[in-house]
Ligand binder design. Structure first.
Ligand code: GDG
Length: 467
């Protein structure tokens, strides 16, 4: 088997645990297979210093990173990746900033990655590119003569064709996807969007289910829902830090049922909508009021993007007004924490909580839902309230599925969750754990990489599409 080369915008040392679904999941693969992980160092430097590749050996894994100049960082990372692709792919055209300069920066950094990665590649490498920052990377590598097998996995949702078509240059972006051998999406819904887009907008020919031909290339695509490392998370739940956290929470809230939310502070996660639904629940259920406390962890994220600062203020003001209006001298309905909680303690917090509120407006998958269920005591498990717009909803059908835009419906689900009888909690939890265990992160990696190895290679020398 050839060496695995993973490319993603940010990389993480696989020996350390890190916050963030992508970092956690990739660390799993690279730790087991070894190989090269290439990406941005996270550093912004003067243009004269931006040309070097930095290497580090992390156990069996070689880490290679490049720095970005300020202008590349602003255009590629803040501008195009997080100012255009992130909002549009999460259905938020209203938040997209289609400044024409960003796309040039996006392409420039993808070209830089291709130029720096190319000399590091060996002929039988298999390359796995991750996420929306790097859509054109394979096309840029191919333009430099790269013939290795290249796969792409999109961690975020792919929107329906007409939403995608709102992006100036969308045809360029989707054409670039045909430079890959395999495209992976989180859900069947995303895959359907891809198929409909390429057939209607790019006049691609369906060759067979999951294979399309356009621009002189054939690409294969499939749904590969990402999972968590269930075994590792179970061990983390039983480890001293998590147990201590669990006991502290149980003691502190002995007279209350806890609800928990754990999210990056991002507008896709539906945090203000969740707070309004919780307020609605408190208004409608005065008798349950002082028996429920919502702990919301909102870990800081992309604070240099304006939409995130607005969200921060909205959330602070909502939490303040809920506590002001409903709080008692000895009880506050919401504990809002705008910090990252140590990963080792998270399972304890999950396990102590009777209900998890995972209510994104749109989410590729959502790993918090899977972590919460895994951390539960199967004999006395908590209840997952899950947005139907999270990719995870395709798999976790026994959750209490809600429409996060429907405040009253979500409030009613919170009430049901808090009062759900033990039998029902157990049977729902048991059914979902079967799915989570079967489709864990190892299944995800193995299935994806096997499909990439099997993906029918293009004959060498076929005319190559130019971006
Ligand atoms: C993207 C897609 C997709 C959160 N707060 C803290 C913390 N976290 C950890 C969670 C979880 C991860 O971050 C979040 O993963 P999600 O899947 O929920 O969401 P995104 O970060 O948006 O990830 C998403 C994912 O990629 C993987 O493909 O599922 O749809 O948007 O692991 O536990 N970790 C710590 N402290 C926190 O405060 N330590």
């Amino acid at each position: 088997m050839g060496r695995l080369v993973v490319v993603s915008n940010r990389i993480a040392d696989p020996r350390k645990t890190a916050a963030g679904g992508l970092a956690v999941a990739l660390a799993e693969v690279l730790n087991s297979t070894g190989g090269l992980w290439f990406g941005w160092s996270g550093k912004v430097v003067d243009s004269t210093d931006a040309d070097d590749v930095h290497f580090q050996q992390a156990g069996p894994v070689k880490l290679a990173t490049v720095d970005l100049t300020q202008v590349d960082h602003d255009d590629f990372y803040l501008g195009y990746s997080n100012g255009v692709l992130w909002p549009v792919f999460h259905y938020r055209l209203d938040l997209a900033d289609f400044d024409a300069g960003y796309i040039a920066g996006y392409r420039r950094v993808n070209q830089l990655f291709a130029r720096k990665l190319m000399p590091l590649l060996k002929p039988d490498d298999i390359i796995w590119v991750h996420d929306y920052h790097l859509i054109p990377l394979a096309a840029e590598l191919r333009a430099l003569g790269c013939e290795q097998r290249i796969g792409f996995f999109l961690h975020i949702p792919l929107p329906p064709p007409l939403l995608l078509a709102a992006i100036p240059g969308h045809d360029w972006l989707i054409r670039a996807l045909f430079a890959y051998d395999l495209l992976g999406f989180q859900s069947q819904g995303d895959l359907d969007h891809f198929g409909r887009y390429v057939e209607t907008e790019a006049h691609a020919q369906p060759v067979e289910p999951g294979r399309w031909r356009a621009f002189g290339r054939t690409v294969q695509a499939g749904a590969f829902p990402i999972g968590i490392d269930v075994e590792e998370f179970t061990q983390l739940t039983a480890a001293p830090d998590a147990v201590e956290m669990y006991e502290r929470m149980k003691n502190e809230y002995s007279r209350r049922k806890l609800l928990v939310g754990v999210d990056r502070l991002d507008y896709s996660k539906g945090l203000p909508q969740r707070m309004r639904a919780f307020r609605e629940f408190l208004e409608r259920n005065p008798e349950l009021r002082s028996s429920a406390t919502l702990i919301q962890i909102a870990s800081p994220s992309r604070e240099d993007v304006t939409a995130y600062t607005d969200l921060l203020h909205e959330l602070e003001s909502l939490c303040g007004s809920i506590n002001g209006n409903f709080g008692e001298l000895d009880w506050m309905p919401v504990r809002y924490i705008h910090r990252t909680v140590a990963r080792a303690r998270l399972p304890g917090l999950y396990r102590a909580s009777r209900v998890a509120l995972v209510t994104p407006l749109r989410d590729g998958m959502n790993l918090v839902a899977k972590e919460y269920l895994t951390a539960q005591d199967p004999e006395d498990p908590g209840v997952l309230v899950l947005s139907r717009f999270a990719g995870a909803a395709e798999q976790l059908k026994e959750a209490l599925l809600v429409n996060p835009y429907d405040r009253e419906g979500t409030a009613a689900a919170i009430g049901l969750a808090l009062q759900m009888p033990l039998d029902e909690r157990r049977s729902r939890h048991g059914a979902m754990m079967k799915t989570i265990k079967r489709f864990d992160v190892h299944w995800w990696c193995d299935t994806y990489l096997e499909a990439l190895r099997q993906a029918q290679a293009e004959e060498k020398g076929t005319s190559w599409l130019r971006l």
